[in-house]
Design a protein around this ligand. Structure first.
Ligand SMILES: [Ca+2]
Ligand SMILES: [Ca+2]
Length: 104
């Protein structure tokens, strides 16, 4: 399976799962950000815009593909953001804090 397909499929699966949730469970801030027209649902066009933006942020070389190195660099950046005291380790509180920040 091509790397880009492996990258996109989880996002599509997440969106597919979300649209089947009851309305109260859909109050998930990151998904609300995708709803750029504020109509309470994420259209295919809105999802595609978000996917293209996410892909562009990962494709640091701008060559139209995300290499393993680019993907791992993005993950490393997330780790560094979460490691608030810079000790190279993620304490439970640091991880929880980062996850809570991502949900807003
Ligand atoms: Ca919408
Ligand atoms: Ca690239």
């Amino acid at each position: 399976m091509p790397f880009t397909t492996r990258l996109v499929l989880p996002a599509v699966a997440l969106l597919a799962a979300w649209v089947t949730l009851p309305a109260q469970a859909q109050e998930f801030a990151p998904l609300k950000k995708l709803d750029t027209d504020g109509d309470g649902s994420v259209s295919l066009a809105e999802a595609e815009v978000a996917a293209k933006s996410q892909f562009a942020s990962l494709d640091q070389s701008h060559d139209g593909s995300v290499s393993e190195a680019e993907f791992l660099a993005a993950r490393q950046q997330l780790f560094r953001l979460a490691d608030s005291n810079g000790d190279g380790l993620l304490a439970r509180a640091e991880l929880r804090s980062r996850l809570m920040a991502a949900r807003q």
